[in-house]
Ligand binder design. Structure first.
Ligand code: 5AD
Ligand code: SF4
Length: 468
């Protein structure tokens, strides 16, 4: 039996046990967009097993934690929440399942067993599809389960999925990472790079288009090396509609009727080949905001981080893209305080930020991760220095964003209206091509449409727009 068939069979078995019981579940998603996409698959399976969603943990019969381990604060968050749900386990026997990246770290699972032994299931990143079978075991013999694989799991197609949004959808195109940046835990918890087949991706996007989705975000730890490892290792794969690389994938998705916007995260600057730049330029649906993780603006730090590009190469790439792609803009990720970072290195980062003028900068304080080369390096930067540098970078970024926002006022922007504003349900909210949030007044039937809006005012984290 294939993995997906046994998954569907286990779902049926649990659904039979749960039928008519009016059971509820909560899911806490603690990580990146890939983690969110995994949560959508977990929710898809769980809802087919007769649970309905609740945000109120005290009402849930099943609580699932989908964890992240990229930075230490994700750990603190999990342990805090586990302390909170312990009472529900004791009072009403709530099933507690903990999955995701953090569960691939042995020392964390040990800590859970020692300090939070009341959990029912732990599962890792390679065994998502076995969740129904694990839940069935818990419901029938109530013995704690650890379902974690150290080897790279195969990509399972055809799992149920319950998407959080009706306008925008994420599609994972590859799993894992081979880059081993020295600060990063991801290659150890998500395994080696493996790409989904072109046909599976295109069928999924076609289905999303039929369901009315307008914006697709292609996800992977290193999207622009899609199918590269397969080609390097002579693994044969079937081309579909001419797709055999990231550039050809963008071109094929660009042809799908109904899809109006395509985004992708995250590419690696070292893999930004000419064919990808040309595909972005040529494909009208590919948004011209490129997320291009910098991490540091210092060539010394980039070397220590094992990023495989220098400050100059990064700036040259930005320049080349600005020359070749009309209206291109950039967002980025930056880590401050990585081991060995001097004041001079940090100033290099500030310099690149000043030069590129990013639309958005996701800023992180370096967090030591057990098992990574960065954690073993000497010259760790003291916490107070990290915080000082972080504040300095934040001030620069906020000043730049403010200036940039002012340039939007008076312009006409194409905004994909995504839904009602979370803070004020009299207003609608959407995004520009450059991913700026725009709030507007207008009828609900605009949701899912791209409208020309005049930007009338700017605020730090959003712009205000008016229908023309
Ligand atoms: N500490 C801080 N930030 C990190 N990131 C990855 N690992 C770490 C770490 N150990 C950041 C990088 C990456 C983003 C997703 O998270 O900037 O691009
Ligand atoms: Fe981590 Fe680098 Fe891989 Fe991104 S490319 S997941 S930062 S190792």
């Amino acid at each position: 039996m294939s993995n997906v068939e046994s998954n569907l069979e286990d779902i049926q078995k649990v659904a039979k046990i749960n039928a008519g019981k009016n059971l509820k579940y909560s899911i806490l998603t603690m990580g990146c967009q890939l983690n969110e996409n995994d949560s959508e698959k977990l929710s898809g399976m769980i809802e087919k097993m007769q649970y309905t969603k609740t945000e109120d943990l005290s009402k849930a019969d099943l609580i699932v934690f989908n964890t992240c381990c990229v930075r230490e604060n994700a750990e603190d968050k999990l342990f805090g929440k586990l302390g909170e749900v312990k009472k529900y386990k004791e009072e009403k026997g709530t099933i507690i399942a903990i999955g995701g990246c953090m569960m691939q770290e042995k020392h964390i699972v040990e800590k859970l067993k020692e300090s939070y032994p009341f959990f029912d299931i732990v599962f890792g990143t390679h065994t998502l599809h076995q969740f129904p079978s694990n839940l069935y075991s818990i419901l029938t013999n109530n013995k704690r389960i650890e379902d974690i694989l150290d080897i790279d799991g195969e990509i399972i197609e055809g799992l149920p999925i319950k998407r959080d949004d009706t306008v925008k959808a994420s599609v994972t195109i590859m799993n894992g990472c081979n880059n081993f940046c020295s600060y990063c835990i991801v290659p150890y918890v998500r395994g080696r790079e493996r790409s989904r087949l072109p046909k599976d991706i295109l069928l999924e996007v076609n289905k999303l288009a039929e369901e009315g989705y307008k914006e697709i975000t292609l996800l992977g730890q290193n999207v622009n090396s899609y199918l590269r490892v397969e080609k390097e290792n002579n693994v044969s794969f079937e081309e579909y509609e001419g797709v055999n690389s990231f550039a050809t994938l963008l071109r094929a998705i660009n042809k799908i009727d109904g899809i109006e916007r395509i985004r992708f995260v995250s590419p690696h600057p070292k893999d930004f080949t000419q064919d990808v730049i040309e595909a972005i330029r040529d494909c009208d649906k590919v948004c011209k905001l490129i997320h291009l993780p910098l991490q540091s603006g210092s060539t010394n730090m980039l070397k220590l981080m094992n990023r495989k590009y220098s400050k100059e190469q990064y700036l040259d790439l930005v320049k080349k893209m600005k020359n070749e792609i009309p209206n291109v803009t950039f967002s980025t990720d930056i880590i401050v305080g990585f081991a060995g970072e001097t004041q001079e290195d940090f100033e290099d980062t500030l310099e690149v930020v000043k030069e590129v003028k990013f639309e958005q900068v996701y800023m992180f304080i370096y967090s030591r991760r057990v098992g990574t080369p960065g954690d073993r390096m000497e010259n760790q930067v003291p916490d107070e220095v990290k915080h000082e540098r972080f504040e300095k970078l934040k001030q620069l970024v906020e000043k730049q964003i403010e200036e940039r926002n002012k340039q939007y006022v008076g312009t006409i922007q194409k905004v994909l209206v995504e839904g009602k504003s979370k803070n004020n349900d009299q207003m609608l909210t959407g995004r520009t091509d450059s991913n700026k949030v725009v709030v507007l007044e207008g009828p609900e039937n605009l949701i899912g449409k791209i409208e020309d809006l005049k930007i009338v005012s700017e605020h730090m984290w959003y712009l205000k727009g008016q229908l023309k």
